[in-house]
Design a protein around this ligand. Structure first.
Ligand code: FAD
Length: 444
């Protein structure tokens, strides 16, 4: 008997429950990937290039036996299944809004061919954890405790199936030209290498250094988790064997990803709308030149500009700096979070609907479990605290390279501004007051 294993955001062969399930049902398996314009169109070039790299790596580890087709999955998946006479199609469960809708349509279109969902891109599949009254969690800490109590399976064993040589394998498109953007090496093997070297060299100190954009202190695994080159269960199993605050801190960051996926599962509309609907009445400014300055990293606030330029240069930004630039857009420029979220989704290699939209809402104060609205990030003191020697800023803002130490965070205090670097486009202290007034006006 034959089966189809349809890969989506699980581009790996290790620890893949859907592969085990296909192997249990069928003696021969067709590996399939569908290039779907609905997902590709809104993705920026860096994410698409990374995806193609991961597909290439997957195809290589299957000795080229990956069938790649371009089109609507509702048509393409049944067609591929029919081409090999498959009795079942196996996938990892998808719980995000588009993916789950698409899957219902594909399952329906498959008719008698069985649709089998096993595992998901999360240690605990979104929707599994509920409060004792059956409702979903809205606050991270109790979610985290329940998530730890719920636990997760050990990584799935390896599986040896016989892969079907596709008659028409299709081809993985050439990656779009990224100019000088350096992408992380794509694929499953690269993810494991990165993780192992992090465990050996950088786990120690993670809890304190993870907030330091000037140091290579975090895992940089987000693009790999985004595409499923490595499963969080694999990370959690390796952490299980270790102890201490660094381990605890990383486990809880992994859980934030799961928390936001769970929230999006329960409230899919929050991808576009305020979680807390009271904020629908918040007054925003019209995006004008300030938005362009933010997007291009020319606000005159060095840490904001460094972050925005890191995003454009690398398709990635450090978490602390993501928070600072997001706060700046919403609270200093008074622009809606979804404008910033859209820009992030275009440029981030790790761009993920749940993590992106709900982190934006967290910073904006419109989400669940948010940073209280009145806690407005001060871009100067944040810069001085988390980039204390100014190394991060100098790395991404060449105009400021001549300024030594932390003075780089306040170039306006120098006798003259370095050539080509702008004056601050707004006065943070003033804008903070305006943000608070608008916030108080909606009665919170
Ligand atoms: P590490 O510190 O090594 O953490 C390990 C893993 O935990 C990460 O790879 C990630 O999967 C998860 N994680 C860590 N912090 C968070 C968090 N706050 N929320 C959710 N998961 C987390 N992350 C994305 O993967 N995709 C996004 O589109 C995204 N957009 C963001 C937008 C904003 C405004 C903010 C503030 C954060 C966003 N994040 C997003 C979360 C976080 O910034 C990145 O996951 C992190 O910087 C990735 O680097 P790392 O892998 O080295 O993280």
């Amino acid at each position: 008997s034959t089966a189809v294993l349809w890969f989506r955001r699980d581009l790996r062969l290790a620890d893949l429950p859907a592969l085990l399930s296909a192997g249990e049902r069928a003696s021969q398996v067709l590996a399939l990937y569908v290039l779907d314009d609905a997902l590709l169109r809104p993705s920026g070039k860096p994410r698409v290039a990374f995806l193609y790299g991961c597909l290439k790596a997957l195809s290589d580890s299957l000795d080229g036996r990956l069938m790649v087709v371009h089109g609507d999955p509702v048509r393409e998946v049944p067609r591929a299944a029919a081409s090999v006479g498959a009795e079942s199609v196996h996938v990892s469960t998808e719980t995000a809004p588009y993916g789950s809708r698409r899957d219902r349509a594909v399952a329906e279109a498959l008719g008698d061919v069985e649709w089998v969902e096993t595992g998901s891109p999360y240690a605990v599949t979104p929707g599994r954890i509920t409060k004792p009254d059956g409702d979903s969690y809205r606050v991270f800490s109790p979610f985290y405790r329940a998530w730890c109590r719920h636990g997760w399976r050990a990584p799935a064993a390896g599986s040896t199936v016989e892969w079907i040589e596709p008659e028409r394998p299709g081809r993985i498109p050439e990656a779009p030209d990224l100019g000088a953007t350096p992408l992380p090496p794509p694929g499953e093997a690269a993810a494991h290498d990165l993780w192992e070297s992090f465990l050996d060299d950088d786990l120690r100190g993670y809890a304190t250094d993870r907030d330091r954009p000037d140091r290579p202190a975090t895992t940089r695994l987000s693009p790999y988790l985004r595409w499923g080159c490595i499963h969080p269960r694999t990370l959690l199993a390796d952490l299980e064997a270790r102890h201490g605050k660094d381990v605890e801190s990383l486990r809880s960051e992994i859980a934030w990803r799961e928390f936001y996926a769970d929230l999006l599962f329960h409230r899919p509309e929050t991808a576009r709308r305020n979680y807390d609907r009271r904020f629908d009445d918040l007054r925003y400014d019209k995006p004008a030149t300030t938005f362009d300055a933010w997007r291009d990293g020319r606000t005159g606030y060095p840490i904001v500009d460094a972050g925005m330029r890191q995003l454009l240069a690398e398709g990635w930004m450090h978490n602390r700096v993501r928070m600072i630039v997001a706060s700046f857009l919403v609270k200093d420029l008074h622009l809606p979070w979804w404008l910033g979220a859209r820009h992030f989704m275009r440029h981030l290699v790790d761009g993920d609907l749940a993590s992106n939209q709900l982190n934006w809402q967290w910073v904006a104060g419109t989400g669940t479990d948010p940073a209280p609205f009145f806690r407005v990030f001060n871009p100067t003191t944040q810069g001085e605290k988390f980039d204390p020697h100014g190394d991060y800023v100098r790395r991404y803002v060449p105009e400021l390279r001549e300024i030594g130490g932390k003075a780089v965070h306040q170039p306006w205090k120098l006798p003259s501004l370095p050539r080509g670097y702008p004056e601050p486009i707004v006065d943070h202290a003033e804008e903070r007051k305006i943000a608070l007034t608008r916030f108080n006006a909606i009665g919170k």
